[in-house]
Design a protein around this ligand. Structure first.
Ligand code: ASN
Length: 482
C-alpha cells in the first residue's frame, strides 16, 4: 500500500510541478519589442543608440528586478506582431491600454497618460476636424490614433493613409504627400520642440493609459516584475528623473549632436559604422540566400525536364506557388505566421530569428526563378542531341552531364548574374519584418534627422556601387567558366 502511494506521488509530482513552474518561471532572457521612431518614448540618438523614456525605463526595471533583456526596435506594428507571434516576450512602445487590446494583451500598471492629437504643417490652414474634409490624414498602422481616425472618418470625410513607421509618416507630411498626421501628443510636441515646422491646431483627445504589455496569458511574471520595478523606481525617484530627462527641458539628447547631419559628408561621418553594418547584413542575406537558391533551383530545374511526370509536376507546383506569392508576404508568413500557428497548436513559443526568416524567404523566391532559368537553359539545347546520344546507348544521366548541361550552363550564366542582382535588390523587401539591413538602417537614420533626400541618395549610391562591382565580378567569373 505504501509503495502504491509512493508511486502515485512520484507520478503526480512532475505533473504538479510543471503546472507550478510554468506560472512563475523566470526565463534567462526576455526579448522586448519596441517602436523604431517614437520620440520621446523611443528613438535613436546621434550615437545610433536607442534611447527615450521607454528604453531607459525598461532597462532600469530589468536592472531593479535582476532580469536580462534584449531589446528589438522593428516599429510599432511589427512589434505588436512580434509579441503575438511569440517572437518577443513583451512590448514597450508608448502603447495605449485600450479595451480592444485587452482581448489580446495583458497590460502592466500605467506609467503615462497620453492624448492623440492632429499635427499639420506650420503653414497649413487646417484649424478644425471639419477642415479635414477630402484631405488625407496619415497615421501609423495598428495604433490607437488609427482607431480614432477610423471611428471618426464618416463624420469628417477625410482619407486615411497608413504608415508602418513614424519617420515615413512625418516625411510624407513634410513633403506634402499628406495634409495632416494623427499621433500621440507628447510625440508631436516633442518633434516640434526639436525644430519640426509643425503645429497642433486642435486640442488632443484622451486615448488612455500608456503601459507595458505581454501577449494575453503568457509571461505573467514579466508583468509582475514590471509592476514591482516601476513601483520601486517611483519610490526612489528614478522614474521622475527619466521623465524629466526627456520631457522637462527641450535641451534634449537629439540636439547634442556635434556633427552637422544636414550635409552628405556629415551624414556619412556620423553614420558610416551603422551603414556598413547594414550593408554587411544586406550582402550576407543576398549571398547566403542565393547560394541556397542555386542548389534548390537546380534540383527543381532538373525535375522540370525529367522524363518522370511526377517530378515535373512537383517542380511545376513549387515554381507556381512561390512565384505566385509576393516576397513580402512570404517573409511575413515565415516570420510571423508560422510561429503563430505552431504556438496555437503546441502552446509553445517558437520564435524564428529575423535573419533566418529573411534568408529562407529570399532563398525560396530566387530558387523558383532559378528553376525556370535551368529549365530554359536545358530546353534551349536542341532535343536531337539527347535523342542521338540515347540511341548510341548512352544513359540519360550521362548524356545530361556530358552533353546537355555543359552547353546549357553557358546559356544560363548571364541569367544567373541577372537573378543575383534581383536577389540583392529584393533584400530591401524583407526589411518589412524588421530586419535591419541597409535600407532599414537608412530609414532609422532618417527617423532621427529627417534628411530623407540626402539619406536616400546615399543609399541609392551604396546599392549602385555594390551591384556594379558584383556584376563586374560575376561577368569575369562567367568568362572564365566559358
Ligand atoms: N500610442 C501608440 C498606440 O498605443 C503607440 C505607438 O505609436 N508607438 O497605439
Amino acid at each position: 500500500m505504501k509503495k502504491k502511494i509512493l508511486a502515485f506521488l512520484l507520478i503526480l509530482f512532475p505533473i504538479f510541478s510543471l503546472g507550478v513552474v510554468k506560472a512563475d518561471t523566470v526565463k534567462s532572457k526576455y526579448v522586448i519589442a519596441s517602436d523604431s521612431s517614437f520620440a520621446p518614448f523611443v528613438f535613436q540618438n546621434s550615437n545610433n543608440e536607442y534611447t527615450g523614456i521607454d528604453m531607459d525605463l525598461i532597462k532600469a526595471i530589468a536592472k531593479d528586478q535582476g532580469i536580462e533583456i534584449e531589446i528589438t526596435n522593428p516599429g510599432f506594428d511589427a512589434a505588436i506582431s512580434a509579441v503575438q507571434a511569440g517572437q518577443a516576450d513583451g512590448i514597450i512602445a508608448g502603447m495605449s491600454v485600450t479595451d480592444a487590446r485587452k482581448a489580446t494583451f495583458d497590460f502592466s500598471d500605467s506609467y503615462y497618460t497620453a492624448n492623440t492629437i492632429l499635427g499639420v504643417k506650420e503653414s497649413s490652414t487646417i484649424a478644425s476636424y471639419e477642415d479635414l474634409k477630402d484631405k488625407t490624414v496619415g497615421v501609423k498602422n495598428g495604433t490607437a490614433s488609427q482607431t480614432f481616425l477610423t471611428e471618426n472618418q464618416s463624420k469628417y470625410g477625410y482619407k486615411i493613409k497608413t504608415f508602418s513607421d513614424g519617420s515615413s509618416m512625418y516625411d510624407s507630411l513634410n513633403t506634402g504627400a499628406i495634409d495632416a498626421v494623427m499621433d500621440d501628443e507628447p510625440v508631436l510636441k516633442y518633434s516640434i520642440s526639436q525644430g519640426q515646422k509643425l503645429k497642433t491646431p486642435i486640442a488632443g483627445t484622451p486615448i488612455g493609459e500608456t503601459a507595458f504589455a505581454v501577449k494575453k496569458g503568457s509571461n505573467p511574471e514579466l508583468i509582475q516584475m514590471f509592476n514591482k520595478g516601476l513601483a520601486n523606481l517611483k519610490a526612489n525617484g528614478e522614474f521622475q528623473k527619466i521623465l524629466d530627462k526627456y520631457l522637462a527641458s527641450e535641451a534634449s539628447t537629439t540636439s547634442t549632436n556635434t556633427v552637422d547631419e544636414t550635409t552628405i559628408w556629415g551624414l556619412l561621418q556620423n553614420n558610416y559604422k551603422q551603414l556598413l553594418s547594414g550593408l554587411g547584413i544586406t550582402l550576407a542575406l543576398a549571398l547566403i540566400s542565393f547560394a541556397i537558391a542555386i542548389v534548390i533551383g537546380i534540383i527543381f530545374g532538373m525535375f522540370s525536364v525529367s522524363p518522370y511526370k511526377s517530378l515535373r509536376l512537383i517542380s511545376e507546383i513549387f515554381v507556381d506557388v512561390i512565384r505566385g506569392i509576393p516576397l513580402m508576404i512570404l517573409a511575413a508568413f515565415i516570420f510571423w505566421g508560422i510561429p503563430n500557428f505552431i504556438e496555437s497548436i503546441t502552446g509553445q513559443q517558437s520564435p524564428i530569428n529575423d535573419f533566418v526568416a529573411g534568408t529562407i524567404a529570399l532563398s525560396l523566391n530566387s530558387a523558383a526563378y532559378i528553376a525556370e532559368i535551368v529549365r530554359g537553359g536545358i530546353q534551349a539545347v536542341p532535343v536531337g542531341q539527347m535523342e542521338a546520344s540515347r540511341s548510341l546507348g548512352i544513359s540519360y544521366g550521362k548524356t545530361m552531364r556530358k552533353i546537355i548541361l555543359p552547353q546549357a550552363t553557358k546559356l544560363m550564366l548571364p541569367n544567373f548574374v541577372n537573378q543575383f542582382v534581383i536577389a540583392l535588390k529584393d533584400t530591401t523587401i524583407v526589411s518589412a519584418i524588421g530586419l535591419v539591413e541597409l535600407f532599414q538602417t537608412g530609414k532609422i537614420i532618417i527617423a532621427r534627422n529627417y534628411q530623407s533626400f540626402k539619406m536616400y541618395a546615399i543609399l541609392a549610391i551604396f546599392y549602385l556601387v555594390i551591384i556594379t562591382l558584383l556584376t563586374r565580378l560575376a561577368k569575369r567569373l562567367e568568362k572564365r567558366i566559358r
